[in-house]
Design a protein around this ligand. Structure first.
Ligand SMILES: [Zn+2]
Length: 181
């Protein structure tokens, strides 16, 4: 994840604060894992996988997900649909969904449609922000501090927050909070 330099320190602080605010509204403390299902309910979004998405969209999405270039996508329906890749590990699926919820929270607009796939496209800056905010929602900075105080190691933190070890490592690095391996 090479997005650390692309986001300013202020922007990262802003995104962390947005995650804290959202978690507070939803009644989740920093040390509590936030399941993507809670956000699904909160935003009244419909979640599909490439296998369950209804007809009209399915062929296009299957192709996209087969090539493995896609983790998840928001379709601009009402209510919004998120289609996510069912072949990713369960913890990765959680991150993929958090990423899409981050786009929704930040009210990111689509900037057009990919000529090949016909699916919505976004600005790179918006992508970077969504990656960052998705991570903050899943593992807040204060949650990481809590885990460090509890002397939890990397895999324990991953298990606790239902996140991938890669995500824990990323959050750990950007926050300068280092856990035992
Ligand atoms: Zn995105």
């Amino acid at each position: 994840m090479g997005l650390i330099e692309s986001l300013t320190t202020e922007n990262r602080k802003r995104l962390e604060a947005i995650a804290t605010e959202k978690r507070t509204i939803l009644g989740f403390k920093a040390y509590e894992p936030l399941p993507a299902e809670v956000l699904t309910e909160h935003f009244q979004v419909k979640i599909f996988t490439e296998e369950t998405v209804p007809n009209a969209e399915s062929e296009q999405i299957k192709l996209l997900f087969n090539s493995n270039s896609c983790s998840a996508v928001i379709l601009p329906t009402k209510p919004l649909w998120i289609v996510h890749n069912s072949r990713h590990t369960p913890v990765r699926q959680q991150s993929n969904l958090m990423h899409e919820f981050a786009h929704i929270i930040l009210n990111h607009k689509m900037v057009g449609f990919d000529a090949k796939t016909g699916l919505p496209q976004r600005r790179q800056q918006d992508e970077d922000e969504a990656i960052y905010l998705g991570g903050c929602l899943q593992i807040p900075r204060r949650g990481l501090i809590w885990a460090k105080q509890k002397k939890m190691n990397l895999s324990q933190v991953a298990l606790h927050f239902n996140a991938s070890e890669e995500m824990v490592r990323f959050r750990s690095n950007v926050n300068g909070i280092f856990l035992n391996c």
